[in-house]
Ligand binder design. Structure first.
Ligand SMILES: [Zn+2]
Length: 261
């Protein structure tokens, strides 16, 4: 009986500061996030190199070995040398596997297939003629006081539906995500149409859907009013009615006949 008691005491996890050694302590601070669920990340201060490890709150109770792994992961160097890089990557993978196994043990899904890569999405914003990110930023400034935070990407080739959704990155952070119908990527599409469709999707973030008498209202009165106030609205609706589907059909036919690159 006495032994059991002793064992429990020995294995009660130590708090993070007890695991950090003196030298590390000055370099790392740890932030517990209630929002973050399925991942962790590090923020590095450019000049001092001080690192903040951001982790889900439930990791307060993680065993020492997992806390140790998180600290080692935070302190991984970022070498320029190719061979050193390879070594660090190997170490990083080992640590991440160990940490993810704990997430899994706590009941979190660790399949990361559906996650998005914000950096990649930003890099792919340039279409054949229009850069979605630049247009988004402009509208955000003029119409939304810079308040809309969202990623924006092109939809599939010649697709005709634009939509707004949310998605998580590999650290479990949630992002708004606007997808613009692929048909808008054609160089013949007028700028007002691209602007207006982006404005429409941004408005969905500003005026989110709500429930009324058990029904989901997506384009409610407030939404419609704000949408119509946009300078390019009428022109865009006309263009959509007259040109969008013809263009999409044309593009699909040309691609099927291998007339497009
Ligand atoms: Zn809509």
């Amino acid at each position: 009986m006495k032994n059991e008691q002793l064992t429990l005491d020995l294995f009660a996890p130590a708090p993070f500061d007890e695991i950090l050694t003196g030298e590390q302590e000055s370099k790392i601070s740890i932030t517990f996030s209630n929002k973050l669920k399925n991942g962790w990340y590090v923020l590095v201060k450019p000049v001092s190199g001080n690192r903040t490890l951001v982790i889900p709150s439930f990791l307060k109770h993680a065993p020492d070995s997992i806390k140790r792994a998180l600290i080692d992961w935070t302190l991984l160097p970022r070498p320029r040398n190719k061979n050193r890089k390879k070594l660090v990557r190997k170490k990083k993978n080992e640590l991440e596997t160990r940490i993810w196994s704990y997430f899994q043990a706590c009941g979190f899904q660790t399949s990361r297939t559906k996650t998005i890569e914000p950096e990649k999405i930003r890099m792919e914003a340039q279409g054949r003629r229009y850069n979605l990110q630049h247009i988004f930023d402009g509208i955000n400034d003029t119409c939304f006081n810079g308040q809309i935070s969202s990623l924006i990407r092109w939809g599939q080739f010649a697709s005709t539906t634009s939509y707004q959704s949310t998605a998580s990155d590999k650290y479990g952070r949630e992002h708004n995500l606007i997808t613009i119908a692929g048909v808008y990527d054609h160089p013949s599409v007028p700028e007002f149409a691209v602007k207006a469709v982006i404005h429409h999707e941004m408005l969905h973030i500003a005026i989110p859907p709500f429930r009324k008498n058990g029904r989901r209202v997506i384009h409610g009165a407030e939404f419609r009013k704000a949408e119509k106030a946009y300078e390019h609205y009428d022109q865009w609706r006309n263009w959509e009615k007259n040109a969008l589907h013809t263009l999409a059909r044309d593009l699909k036919r040309k691609r099927a006949n291998k007339l497009l690159p």
